[in-house]
Design a protein around this ligand. Sequence first.
Ligand code: GCU
Length: 336
Amino acid sequence: MNKSVSYFSLGLFVGILVASVFYAFVSGGRDATNSGTRILKLAHGLDTSHPVHMGMERMKERVEELSGGRLAIDIYPSGVLGSEVQCIEQLQSGELAMTKTSTAAMESFIPELGIFGVPYLFDDEAHFWEILGGEIGKELLAVGLDSGLVGLCYYDAGSRNFYSAKKPIQSPDDLKGMKIRVQNSRMAIAMIEALGGSPTPIAFGELYSALAQGVVDGAENNPPSFESSRHYEECKYFTPDAHTRVPDLLMISSEIWSSLSEREQGWLQQAADESAVYQRELWAVKTKESLANVQAAGVEIVECDPSEFQAACASIKDSLKGTPLEPWLKRVQTRN
Ligand code: GCU
């Protein structure tokens, strides 16, 4: 082969290589296109053993199958790209394509989602799913569009329950004087205050050390999160009072969503919907397993009467009168 041609090809090859490395670098936080595959970055704060993470893994697999490899998702778990609030902000700037957070963390961006933080809002689990799967759930997925956030699906996050390090929480009286970690949510703060405790907002990723150092006396969550975060190593009392049902929400940046073709949007939405069905089945199994595992590790399940907690929180529903959440409360209660 002519020498100058082979030098030229080598130069071209090196040039392309440098350009791709540079592109991959500059597009680090954004969605990237790589040899015909559009890659979306998805970050969240849960451990890879968590059933909600497994739901997202299923979505990743399905989107790659449905698109024949033209659309792909890279998942960054365990808070490696920041706290839930930081991930939401990165979605708004278009720096990150997707995130999964609790709706509680979304409350300061999309106030309507605060409705899920109202204690004892749902009559039972069936009521919760009726709302999420119906018109109200659909409207709430779309309500963040103007804030740069498009909801794709809900994941089951069960019910939230108290856990504590030094003494069991059997009734609201026990919460008096206790510092309880809450999510970054006004509704969660109001709930702990109504119960007589002292609410302390801390990011989920910082809670293990806050419990270990005694910065807070307890927290609240669902069993799979209690287990996979290893909070049970510090908190040996778990009180199944089921005060709230706060779902997890999968979101995409509206800037990125609108840059996808209709076909790409269709693949992603179908994959998200299918993953939500799968995750809900997994949830029931994993919740039982987590409760058994933490008990085997020495956690005591504290007997309680949830109606005492419910009565102590009743003022929260009244406090919504005249606020933008009042119509949502009515709609959830009347199921329409
Ligand atoms: C749940 C939820 C997480 C959230 C966490 C929290 O585990 O799935 O998204 O971060 O609660 O209490 O902050």
